[in-house]
Structures are given as C-alpha cells and as structure tokens.
Design a protein around this ligand. Sequence first.
Ligand code: ZN
Ligand code: ZN
Length: 252
Amino acid sequence: MIRKFGELVVFSLLAMLLVVVPVASSVADTSAASYHWARKKSHFTLQVGDNLSGDWNSYLRRGLADWNKNGTVTLDKVGGQTSPQKCNPTTGRVEVCNWLYGTQEGWLGLTQLYFNKQGDHIDAATLQLNDSYFDSSSQYNNDAARRHTMCHELGHTMGLDHVDTNSCMNNSQYAVFHYVQPTRKDFRQIQKIYNHKDKETTVSSASVTSEGFAASTSLPSAPNEGATDETVTVQKLDDGRTVVTFITWAKD
Ligand SMILES: [Zn+2]
Ligand SMILES: [Zn+2]
C-alpha cells in the first residue's frame, strides 16, 4: 500500500464559506474528550436514521447490537429522513447513509458532529459510508472492513475518540481489517462521557422529529502526503454553528 495521506490543511473553496480553526482554541467545550449529546439523565436513547441500502442494513443492525451492550446509550434504529446522497443532518438524531460518493474525495467513512448554538453539545450527527471503495475491487470490499467502519463511525456519533486498543475505535489501517467490535473499555468511556446530567436535551425523543437544517457546505479532500489514517476538522457554518468531521481516508 502506498501511504499518501497526511495532515490536512483546508483552504481553497471552503475559505469563502467557513473557517477552519484549531480544535483547542475555537471550541473549548467541545474538546475531543467532551464531545457529547445533551440529556437530562445518564442513560438515554439516541435515534439512528437508516438511509442505507443493500447489505449495509445488516451491518447497521450488527453494529447497533454490538454497541448496545454498553449500558449507557441505547442506539435505536428508526426510519431515515434524508437522501443517502446528501445525507443531511436531522436535529436530535443520527442519520446513516451509504452512496457511491466517489474516490476523488478519498474518504472511506465520514462522521460529522453538528453542535448546538452554544457549541457545547452535539445536536445532530451524520455517518457516511463510501461505496466507491466498498463496492469496488479495492481492499475494502470485504466483511471486516465493512464491520469495522460501521462500528467505528457509530462510536464517533456517540462522542468517542480514537483508542489504541483492539477496539473498532482504533483508527490504524490494521484495525480496519481486524478490529470490528467495541470493547468494554469503550463502554466505560461512554459511561464516563455521559456521567453528568445536563439541564437541556439535544436528543430527540419523539418518533416524529424536527426538520433537518443546512448541512456543512463541502468536504475537504484527501491530503497528498504523510501517514495519518484519519483527520479531524472543525468548521464553523455560516450561522455560527460548529461541525466536527472525522474523516477516515481510504488507501490505494
Ligand atoms: Zn453535557
Ligand atoms: Zn475515526
């Protein structure tokens, strides 16, 4: 494999529409360890909208079953509310999508966390799986890579960051083909993240949810060199809201 990916610097067209800023300085309350949904009790249900086609439905079911052993967050599969191609966010929930998003962007899986106006809690998330890699002659067209990516990106939607254990939250290239499930340590981390009670809630509880809102305008494309397998960017939307994007790059 050729390692041709590196740290990301996003300027170009995006500069017109949004500002990419370092995580630490811009959104103090959304540092990696504290990305989370607001809710008034520790145990809560997070709706996961299914906009998937084909085999991905069974990967989602399996991913949800694996994560739902955690005891803190219950991921509940509900009907999707967006088009898989656009994968727009819906307030209060996660939308999961697959599509032939193309190889020019270079990403395999992508999770975006949309923060509330105050910037302290997630209030929508999208998870995208790029069939341009999974449904091709690439190395990712196999069961392990699909399971890993679904599991990994679902973990991000709950606020989890990367680990170096044998969990699917490991973001190494080796992990993509070998670590397909969460671990107990991940479950303890979720418990820790949601141990406090918030005064508000950003999680939708109704089965009919509010309308979606404008998605982030465009995505950064693959960096040219270096060795990172994943990039995290923080963007500000026109309305001042923050979007954190976890990008899992594919490799040739
Ligand atoms: Zn909170
Ligand atoms: Zn990741």
